[in-house]
Write a protein that binds this ligand. Structure first.
Ligand SMILES: Nc1ncnc2c1ncn2[C@@H]1O[C@H](COP(=O)(O)OP(=O)(O)O)[C@@H](O)[C@H]1O
Ligand SMILES: [Mg+2]
Length: 302
């Protein structure tokens, strides 16, 4: 296999009538890498994932998996990309093994030992003969991952894999996803609107809004060096705010001023405020998290 990205989306676009659901998405996923696809409802995450797995034909653009284009080798690309849909559909009355057996048949997987193998890879050994109706949501989600692994894909796409799970179930699923990337070199894309989960498990993040990827990079690249100095002031808050304009981006909330800058400007901010005749009674500094960056991005786009 080449050393390039396992999956590469180039200008993927989907138009319904005159509505652009996904607008020229460029995205790469490398071996062993987990990319988080973040965005509010309606951003185009599910449509993007559906195009990557061949469920929805792109209006334009291309998808290349391990160097082969979906336009030329659609069947092959589909065989290399595993999908865990947002709600995996299983027959509740049938056992885990029986459910996977159906998928194996549909995918032309003849070797039945692969079913047991997939079940053990997601940590469900011992549960193969239990009816799926008895599974917790977290276990069902893990079985959904086993289902996607049956065809031995090199890319795993997960659409909101922790939706509806309690924190314990989410942790289990995210740890499993991480171990598939670390242990087996799986290239993973997972969509989510839950920032802290993406922050915890993903190597890179692409933020989508209204069909477009509005930012993409490692967490460090996205969060960058943003520092926030918060001050509670006595005295003329407005005069202090004006004086602070050269120090950073200033926001006034009641008697509180927040200065955003590319470095820690605590000392400079306090000096400036004092010179403007106000007194900082409380000073705090914090660095931006992904939540802040995400909010800023979405605000800037609207
Ligand atoms: N088959 C379809 N026909 C028309 N519009 C669609 C279709 N599928 C999705 N959309 C629209 O495309 C946009 C993106 O949807 P989706 O990809 O499901 O977003 P997300 O998964 O980020 O919530 C939404 O506005 C949705 O209503
Ligand atoms: Mg969706």
């Amino acid at each position: 296999m080449s050393s390039g990205p396992v999956l590469r989306a180039m200008g993927l676009r989907k138009v319904y009538g005159d509505f652009v659901a996904v607008d020229r998405v460029d995205l790469e996923i490398g071996r062993g890498e987990i990319v988080g696809l973040l965005g509010p409802n309606g951003a185009g995450k599910t449509t993007t994932i559906s195009m990557m797995v061949g469920l929805v034909p792109p209006t334009s653009g291309d998808l290349v998996v391990e160097g082969r284009s979906v336009r030329r080798d659609p069947v092959w690309v589909r065989s290399r990309v595993g999908l865990v849909p947002d709600s995996p559909g299983f027959y509740d009355g049938m056992t885990a093994w029986e459910n996977l057996w159906i998928t194996a048949r549909l995918n032309g997987v003849r070797d039945e030992s692969r079913i047991q193998d997939a079940i053990s890879r997601v940590g469900l050994s011992g549960w193969e003969d239990v009816a799926v109706g008895k599974f917790s949501k977290g276990m069902k989600q893990r079985l959904g991952i086993a289902d996607a692994l049956l065809k031995s894909p090199s890319v795993l796409l997960l659409d909101e894999p922790t939706a509806g799970l309690d924190p314990g179930g989410s942790d289990e699923v995210l740890r499993l996803i991480r171990s598939l990337a670390d242990g087996e070199g799986m290239a993973v894309l997972m969509s989510s609107h839950l920032l802290h989960q993406v922050e915890w498990v993903c190597d890179r993040v692409a933020v989508m809004d209204r069909g477009r990827v509005i930012a993409q990079g490692t967490l460090d690249q996205l969060v960058g060096r943003r520092y926030y100095v918060e001050m509670e002031l006595d005295g003329d808050v407005n005069a202090a705010a004006r004086a602070l304009l050269p120090v950073g981006k200033v926001k006034v909330e009641d008697r509180r001023i927040v200065v955003e800058a590319g470095e820690d400007v605590r000392r400079k901010a306090v000096d400036t405020v004092l010179r403007a005749g106000a007194v900082p009674v409380e000073v705090r500094m914090r660095r931006a998290g992904l939540a802040e960056v995400y909010r800023n991005l979405l605000e800037a786009g609207s």
